[in-house]
Write a protein that binds this ligand. Structure first.
Ligand code: AOF
Ligand code: ZN
Length: 352
């Protein structure tokens, strides 16, 4: 007896997430193959960009057991010859008799798998599942708008300040939160900060978790070139891109540079995001501050998620921008709340 579709799709989502940081700029995709008795006979996911898709990995493990079985896939099986052959054809050849799909592929290049499967007499059920759509959201945004998925991440005190209480350690977050950030950095394509953060904090902005899947590029928004040329962010540990006003001469900086269009003395943020996607293949971007830079991206409606690490401490120094007010002003919806050492990690959806 098969359990309901949701049960198998949830497992496929879990598998898909194992590819986070490895699969991008492709979507994370998971697949389970289930026999008539409802047993999962094989599982697969898209493990690495340019390599076998989820369905192909699951079919390989299923072997002869694929005949007459049902495949549950988080994404519509592709219909094109890209870096790998079409999955719809692989499913047909393997003798799968039904395919249950979480989300339709938003990419014009590869969609069409449903029709190919149906034309071959295979039953297809499309769930349009909320969790599969969420899993796919950064990929969908990039292929439909040309913009990366933007996450603003910061640490704050309970009362909404990003400034540490005087005399305390310079860190707001506990060590568990800091190591969590390093893990997350290692799964995205870029980390962006404004010049004030470079000047005040001198961060390195590298992923220093355990064997990070990727090393994000570092992006500094510094229209008038106030950052010191010897700041840590310009070291050799990762690629750095300095975005500056086109009239300024940035040739003394040891990094890549993007001369930017300015509107009323400010960098055109949407154009920069498009350039990061087109030139640097950025699908997922974390903005790590400071509060002014984060506010500008939020006010321009360019942000998708907020990741907030809230310490249990109160601050006796009020920051210029209160982050609790900022979250409230943008009607961000809290979707995750969990402990991170003594801190609380909160995740919010914006723009939904
Ligand atoms: C699937 N299963 O596991 C993934 C799919 O260049 P390729 O051959 O790797 O194809 C990439 C495109 O295929 C990608 O843009 C997306 O539309 C789809 N991804 N499709 O059937 C998978 N990762
Ligand atoms: Zn495929």
């Amino acid at each position: 007896m098969q359990k309901n579709a949701q049960h198998y799709i949830m497992r496929a989502i879990e598998l898909a997430k194992l590819g986070h940081g490895h699969a991008e700029p492709n979507p994370m995709v998971g697949c389970v193959i289930v026999n008539d008795s409802g047993e999962i006979v094989s599982e697969g996911y898209h493990e690495c960009y340019g390599e076998a898709h989820a369905e192909v990995n699951a079919l390989k493990m299923a072997g002869e057991q694929a005949k007459g079985a049902t495949a549950f896939v988080t994404l519509e099986p592709c219909n094109h010859q890209g870096k790998t052959p079409p999955c719809a054809v692989a499913l047909i050849k393997a003798g799968i008799c039904k395919v249950v799909i979480g989300s339709i592929d938003p990419h014009q290049l590869s969609t069409g798998g449903v029709k190919t499967l149906q034309d071959a007499g295979i039953k297809v059920e499309i769930l349009d599942d909320n969790d599969c759509n969420k899993l796919l959201a950064p990929f969908t945004k990039r292929v439909t708008t040309g913009l990366p998925w933007v996450i603003c991440k910061w640490a704050q005190t309970t009362d909404g300040s990003t400034i540490t209480p005087e005399g305390d350690s310079p860190w707001i977050s506990c060590k568990e939160s800091i190591s969590r950030v390093h893990e997350e950095r290692g799964c995205v394509d870029g980390i962006l900060v404004g010049a004030n953060t470079v000047i005040q904090d001198n961060p390195t902005l590298t992923a220093r978790g355990q064997s990070p899947p990727r090393m994000p590029i570092r992006i500094v928004l510094d229209p008038t070139l106030r950052s010191p040329v010897n700041a840590n962010v310009f070291n050799d540990d990762a690629t750095t891109v300095l975005v500056h006003e086109s009239l300024q001469d940035a040739s003394s900086y040891p990094c890549e540079t993007i001369p930017a269009d300015m509107t009323n003395g400010l960098i055109d943020l949407e154009t920069i995001l498009r350039t990061l996607a087109d030139t640097y293949d950025v699908t997922n971007l974390i903005i790590e501050g400071g509060a002014v830079t984060i506010t500008r991206f939020l006010d321009a409606s360019l942000v998708d998620e907020l990741w907030v690490f809230k310490s249990p401490n109160e601050s006796n120094c009020r920051s210029y921008i209160n982050m609790n007010d900022l979250i409230a002003r943008h009607s961000a919806e809290c979707v995750v709340e969990r402990p991170s050492g003594v801190d609380t990690e909160l995740r919010y959806s914006v723009n939904f």
